[in-house]
Design a protein around this ligand. Structure first.
Ligand SMILES: Cc1ncc(COP(=O)(O)O)c(C=O)c1O
Length: 478
């Protein structure tokens, strides 16, 4: 079917898309580089796209003012301090967080925010870190802080095919908080692997059972509203480039002030102390957010966050959410309907096939008529050749990948116990021969349009009735 024909069918099936047409005008104006360069950008969970006006506004600001390092009292410094604090306020307001209840701490990215929590959480022997299999590595990594301090960690399993959490297991695990101890529960509001949106109701359930909660919102907030007036997680990491593309290098930890007061920073640094002495061998940490911002913040980039938030608010999260829901729903339907002449399905989808409690991150593998998988790296190579930017591998979410791809513990331990000390991805693929070591992910966001998903659907259709080629014909490393 032609693009026009497919679009007519699409808008009949998803009439709500019509209410988001202002985003088409925005795309033509502010994101025209996508169409001018013939690019199909499908990696919004990796990083968002910026509007031209964001860049122009930021450059104008830098061009017209004299700014200095915010940590002092001269006029250049004070102008900067004013903008940094204004941006902090704008972040809290965007998330509906009261400044009395939440602090916004600038970090380099969501990972930096998670590390602040992990290294300072007062785990002790017998304490507990509970986390879902479905988590980014920057959340998984906190287990090493827990382990080093003698705390236990427990993973809550996922159930196939939807890759949602085993609710009974979670209910039982939440009842095992150590009374009077330190118990930390971490999960993503939206999976960066499957697109599943895990319930925000868990925050309160966990609190009622004695847990502090890390809600990893990095993949959720670009296309969904997180209202911290309603939901009260203790710690929320975000990366701003995922929300509006620019700037990179600035993230934030939104932290409840009472939870922040329970953290114990393992060191002090420039910017985090009121007084530190070499001869006196003492230091006093600053109060609140200042105690967590190590050294000079990325101060010239921080005002671009305020600009980005205003841009996102101007477009409106609700139309963005609705648009992504329509496009993802259509694309999933198309992909699942694709079959070879043998009737074997082309695609295996990892995650929900409906749009209920899921976002616009769609992960899959391609199979040939004989049921053999196409190496995800081959799919990526073919996509690159037609200017489709997608992502392959496990997306730093190994738990999600292992569940989706059916890689069991014994198999993985055997691979890790091989004689060589470091496994490359190629070694890993050979070791788990017969199963894919990764998957193909496409993800939608603010500037996505129907032509993007249509072009990916047509790209996928090109694999119908194709056999998996010999590795030597496509891989230079075969
Ligand atoms: C769910 C989730 N959490 C955390 C991160 C880490 O973000 P960053 O690499 O910006 O620190 C990502 C990045 O993809 C993510 O998708």
């Amino acid at each position: 079917m032609t693009l026009e024909g497919a679009f007519t069918t699409f808008v009949n099936a998803y009439p709500a898309y019509g209410r988001t047409r202002s985003i088409d005008d925005l795309r033509a104006r502010e994101y025209r580089r996508l169409d001018e360069t013939g690019h199909v950008y499908l990696d919004y969970t990796g990083g968002g796209q910026y509007a031209e006006q964001q860049i122009q506004a930021h450059i104008a600001l830098l061009r017209e003012h004299v700014f200095g390092n915010p940590h002092s009292l001269n006029p250049a410094s004070q102008s900067m301090t004013h903008l940094v604090e204004q941006t902090r306020g704008a972040i809290l307001e965007f998330f509906g967080a009261s400044p009395d209840e939440y602090a916004a701490i600038f970090t380099p990215n969501a990972t930096g925010a998670l590390k602040l929590v992990g290294e300072a959480y007062p785990f002790g022997p017998g304490d507990h870190y509970l986390l879902t299999f479905d988590n980014h590595n920057s959340v998984n990594g906190i287990r090493e802080f827990a382990r080093a301090k003698g705390a236990e960690f427990t993973y809550v399993p996922l159930l196939l095919p939807e890759m949602r959490v085993d609710q009974d297991y979670l209910d039982r695990a939440l009842l095992r908080a150590r009374p009077g101890g330190r118990n930390l529960f971490a999960y993503p509001a939206q999976s960066n692997f499957s697109g599943v949106q895990h319930p925000l109701e868990w925050i309160e359930w966990a609190h009622d059972r004695g847990w502090d909660v890390v809600l990893d919102a990095a993949a959720f907030v670009p296309t969904n509203r997180l209202d911290l007036g309603r939901w009260k997680p203790d710690f929320v990491p975000v990366s701003f480039y995922k929300m509006f593309g620019y700037p990179t290098g600035v993230g934030c930890l939104l932290a409840r002030r009472d939870a922040l007061a329970r953290l114990r920073r393992p060191w002090f640094a420039g910017g985090t102390v009121t007084v530190a002495s070499v001869r006196g061998d003492r230091y006093y940490l600053a109060e609140g957010e200042a105690a967590f911002e190590d050294g000079t913040p990325n101060y010239l980039a921080i005002p671009a966050v305020d600009i980005g938030l205003r841009h996102l608010a101007g477009v409106g999260l609700e139309p963005i959410h609705e648009r992504v829901r329509c496009l993802a729903g259509w694309l999933i339907g198309e992909l699942l309907a694709m079959h070879h002449g043998t009737r074997a399905p082309l695609i295996r989808l990892y995650g929900p096939s409906g749009m209920d409690h899921r976002g616009g991150t769609i992960t899959m593998n391609f199979y040939d008529p004989q049921g053999r998988f196409f190496d995800h790296r081959l799919i990526e190579r073919e996509a690159n050749a037609v200017k489709i930017s997608l992502r392959t591998g496990c997306f730093c979410n190994p738990g999600g990948g292992e569940v989706a791809l059916g890689l069991d513990r014994a198999e993985l331990v055997a691979c890790f116990n091989q004689p060589q000390t470091r496994l490359t991805l190629d070694d890993f693929q050979l070791c788990i021969d017969g199963k894919s070591s990764g998957a193909v992910r496409v993800s939608l966001g603010l500037a996505s349009n129907f032509a993007d998903v249509y072009r990916f659907a047509e790209f996928a259709r090109g694999f119908i009735d194709q056999g998996v080629p010999e590795r030597s014909t496509w891989s230079s490393r075969a």
